[in-house]
Write a protein that binds this ligand. Structure first.
Ligand SMILES: Cc1ncc(COP(=O)(O)O)c(C=O)c1O
Length: 397
C-alpha cells in the first residue's frame, strides 16, 4: 500500500537506463555507411555475414506446419519430450539420474530467472558469487529476485587469461549456501573458459565449502563440441548433491527469437527434486504461465529424428568451425591478439580503451561494446582483414 497521500500514476515512473547492448544494435542499424561492421550483436553470422535459419530447422518447421493438429495448451512444463530429448545431450553420463529434472523455459533467460527465484525462495540470505566481467543481464536477473551479488575476479584483460588464483580465493571466502554462478562454456564476454583441471579445482572448493553451483550454459556446441562443452557441468553433477543449470538452444539451433531454453535441477533425492520443480512451475505460472511452443517443438522434431539430428550436428559443427577459424585468423594477425585463438565461443575482449572503441566506431564504422567485447563471427569473411587492420591501428594509437 502506498503510504503518502499523493496519487501515483504511470507518469511518475523514473526513467530507465537503456540496455547498452540493445542500444548499440540500434546505433549500428542507424549508421548509413554501407561498409559498417557490427560486432556488438550476439548472434552467429556465416561467412556472408548472415544469420540464416538452419536448413534442418526449416525442414522441421515445415514438418511441424504439416503435422501439427492443435495448438491447445500444453501445460506449465511445456513440451516434456523436448526436455527428455535434451537430457542426454546436456547431462551425458548423468542422464539416467532421477534426481535431475529439466523443464522447458522461454530461453536461457527464463531458466536463469526461474533458477535464481528458486534459490531466493529456498534461501533468501544466499549471496550469488558472480565473476567479473560477465554477461550484462546476469546482475539484473539476480537483483530482480532480491538476492545479493558478490563479485569475484574472473579475467585479467592485460594477460588475456583467467584470474584463477583470485577466483579460487574468492570462492574459498564464500559462506556455505552461497551460490556460485559459472559459465558452462564459451564465456560471455571473455571467451576464456576454465580448463579441465580448473573445473576440477572449482568443483573441489564448491563441495568443500558447501556452495551451490549454478551453471549458465547458453552456447553448448559452439566451443569444442557438445560433450566437451558440458564437461564442467557434468563434473559438478558427479560431485555435488545440488546443482542448478540454465540451458539455451537459442544459439546452437539458431532460433534466438523463438526463446528455447530449459532449467535443470539436481537435489539429493528424487522427492526433493520433485518439490523444487513444483515451485519452479508455480513461479512460471505466475510469470508466463507456459513457455512458447514453436521453437521447442521444432527442436523436438529434430532431436527425435535420427537423420535430422545428424544434419543438425553437421550444421552445428559448421558454426563452431567458422568461430574457430575466424579466431585463428584474427589471432595470427598480431602477437597482441594471439590469446584469441586460445579462447572459445563467439565473444572476446579486445584490450582497447573506451576512447579507442569510439574511434573505431567513428572512423571505421566498426561497432563493438564499450568494454571492447566483440563477436568474432559478427563480421563477414570479406570484412575480417579490414576489421583486424583497424583494431591493430587502434592498439598502436
Ligand atoms: C551467458 C548467457 N547466458 C544466457 C543467455 C540467454 O540466452 P537466451 O537468448 O536463450 O535467453 C545469453 C544470451 O546472450 C548469454 O550470453
Amino acid at each position: 500500500m502506498l503510504t503518502d497521500t499523493k496519487a501515483r500514476g504511470l507518469a511518475d515512473l523514473p526513467p530507465v537506463q537503456s540496455d547498452s547492448l540493445l542500444a548499440l544494435i540500434a546505433l549500428a542499424a542507424a549508421d548509413p555507411r554501407e561498409d559498417k561492421i557490427d560486432v556488438g550483436v550476439g548472434v552467429f553470422r556465416d561467412g556472408a555475414g548472415n544469420t540464416p535459419i538452419l536448413k534442418v530447422m526449416k525442414e522441421a518447421e515445415q514438418r511441424l506446419l504439416d503435422t501439427q493438429v492443435t495448438k491447445a495448451y500444453l501445460g506449465g512444463a511445456g513440451d516434456k519430450q523436448y526436455a527428455e530429448l535434451l537430457r542426454p545431450i546436456l547431462l551425458g553420463e548423468h542422464a539416467a539420474d532421477k534426481r535431475i529434472a529439466g523443464v522447458q523455459t522461454p530461453g536461457g533467460c527464463g531458466a536463469l530467472r526461474l533458477g535464481f527465484q528458486l534459490v531466493a525462495k529456498a534461501n533468501p540470505k544466499a549471496r550469488v558469487l558472480v565473476g567479473t566481467p560477465t554477461w550484462p543481464n546476469h546482475a539484473p536477473i539476480i537483483d530482480g529476485v532480491g538476492l545479493a551479488i558478490v563479485e569475484y575476479p574472473y579475467y585479467d584483460r592485460s594477460s588475456g587469461a583467467i584470474s584463477f588464483a583470485k577466483m579460487i580465493e574468492a570462492l574459498e571466502a564464500a559462506a556455505p549456501g552461497d551460490v556460485v554462478l559459472l559459465h558452462g562454456c564459451c564465456h560471455n564476454p571473455t571467451g576464456a573458459d576454465l580448463n579441465d583441471e580448473q573445473w576440477g579445482k572449482v568443483t573441489e572448493v564448491v563441495v568443500r565449502r558447501g556452495l551451490l553451483p549454478f551453471v549458465d550454459i547458453a552456447y553448448q556446441g559452439f566451443g569444442r563440441g557438445l560433450d566437451e562443452d558440458a564437461r564442467g557441468l557434468r563434473g559438478l553433477l558427479a560431485a555435488c548433491d545440488e546443482v542448478i543449470a540454465a540451458h539455451s538452444c537459442d544459439k546452437n539451433f539458431s532460433v534466438y527469437r523463438d526463446r528455447v531454453g530449459s532449467l535443470w535441477l539436481k537435489t539429493s533425492s528424487e522427492e526433493a527434486t520433485r518439490t523444487a520443480m513444483a515451485h519452479v512451475l508455480q513461479d512460471a505460472r505466475e510469470m508466463w504461465s507456459m513457455p512458447p511452443d514453436h521453437g521447442a517443438a521444432a527442436v523436438h522434431i529434430i532431436l527425435e529424428d535420427e537423420a535430422l539430428r545428424a544434419r543438425w550436428l553437421v550444421e552445428l559443427a559448421a558454426m563452431r568451425d567458422r568461430i574457430n577459424t575466424v579466431r585463428q585468423r584474427i589471432a595470427a594477425a598480431d602477437p597482441r591478439l594471439a590469446y584469441i585463438a586460445r579462447q572459445h565461443g563467439m565473444f572476446s575482449l579486445l584490450p582497447l580503451s573506451k576512447e579507442q572503441v569510439l574511434t573505431l566506431r567513428q572512423d571505421h564504422a566498426i561497432y563493438m561494446a564499450d568494454s571492447g567485447r566483440f563477436n568474432v563471427v559478427g563480421m563477414a569473411d570479406r570484412d575480417i582483414d579490414r576489421f583486424v587492420a583497424a583494431v591493430v591501428e587502434a592498439l598502436d594509437s
